[in-house]
Design a protein around this ligand. Structure first.
Ligand code: CP
Ligand code: NVA
Length: 305
């Protein structure tokens, strides 16, 4: 059984399907799980700001009967006041799980190495696994089956792209990653996703040519500048504007839906009109963060009652 959730890269397609089905069950029949985390406490260590992740974990844990202690200022410099190793050892004395949003994936690996309780990645520089599960849950709801559907991720190749690639590969979702030159996804993670995709038949394609995009089911984008990237918007805006998700791109690509993990920047990576349109899955994605994360916590540390 899986002990932590850092990346999903060691998950099998069957396990991923099972987790997606559990997330759907949690969403449809929450009362089946209301005591699953009874008497359990988790700690959230957040080095970066959050709206969706923080609130959905906190409220989600309450709905499962558990309790969350949130640390922000203390966590801003995880290894500053004491070693990450010592934080992991101390937190394991009281907490049943650690949820961490960190700058560097290596911080999560260090927490994992020394904590005796499950560690859950709430976003790092390389991955955002909870987001990806919530996103494919949204797709599963609108399409009934995600296998064989095509997602086009457009914009900056980043943590969200990487987790969408990994989870999508495990679920058999075809993916086209469209980025400006110099902003490609991490090649090692793309290659890892391609390996995972061999068992499901998912096709993964990368391109810089936005005009070639056609026959896709959903368009997905994220901020052009991730948290911690201090590049001025003015330096990259011209390069990224052709990659904006807008009405014309929706028509050209044939996509039925648009997706964004949020926070969104209206009329930059996606038009405000599309966010507010019937094609938008943004609020479904946000809503599903809680159900997806609750499914993850039920698998990692839950006791069904
Ligand atoms: N999508 C997401 O993780 O949002 P927050 O940064 O607000 O948590
Ligand atoms: N790529 C974005 C995702 C925010 C949820 C970031 O890391 O800031």
């Amino acid at each position: 059984m899986q002990q932590d959730l850092l990346t999903f890269k060691d998950t099998t397609p069957a396990q991923m399907q099972e987790l997606l089905a559990l997330a759907l069950h949690v969403k449809r029949a929450p009362s089946d799980f209301r005591n699953t985390l009874q008497g359990k406490s988790l700690v959230a260590l957040f080095e970066k700001p959050s709206l969706r992740t923080r609130v959905s974990f906190d409220i989600g844990i309450q709905k499962l009967g558990g309790h969350l202690v949130y640390l922000d200022a203390q966590a801003n410099n995880l290894a500053g006041r004491e070693d990450t190793k010592d934080m992991a050892l101390n937190l394991s004395c009281w907490a049943d799980g650690i949820i961490a949003r960190v700058y560097s994936h290596s911080t999560l690996e260090e927490l994992q190495a020394h904590a005796s309780v499950p560690v859950i990645n709430a976003l790092c520089d390389l991955y955002h696994p909870c987001q990806a599960l919530a996103d494919y849950l949204a797709m599963a709801e609108v399409f009934h089956d995600v296998k064989g559907k095509t997602m086009a991720y457009i914009g900056d190749g980043n943590n969200v792209t990487h987790s969408l690639l990994i989870v999508g590969a495990l679920l058999g979702v075809h993916q086209v990653v469209v980025t400006p030159k110099g902003h490609e996804a991490n090649p090692e993670i793309v290659s890892l996703a391609r390996n995972l995709a061999q068992t499901t038949g998912a096709d993964i394609r990368e391109t810089h040519d936005i005009s070639s995009l056609e026959n896709v089911d959903v368009l997905y984008t994220d901020t052009w500048l991730s948290m911690g990237d201090d590049t001025p918007l003015a330096d990259i805006k011209e390069k990224f504007m052709p990659y904006q998700i807008n009405h014309d791109l929706l028509q050209q690509s044939g996509a039925q839906y648009v997706m964004h993990c949020q926070p969104a920047h209206r009329d930059l990576e996606i038009t405000g009109a599309l966010i507010d349109s019937e094609a938008s899955l943004l609020m479904l994605q946000a809503e599903n963060r809680m159900h997806a994360q609750n499914a993850i916590m039920i698998q990692l540390l839950g006791e069904r009652i």
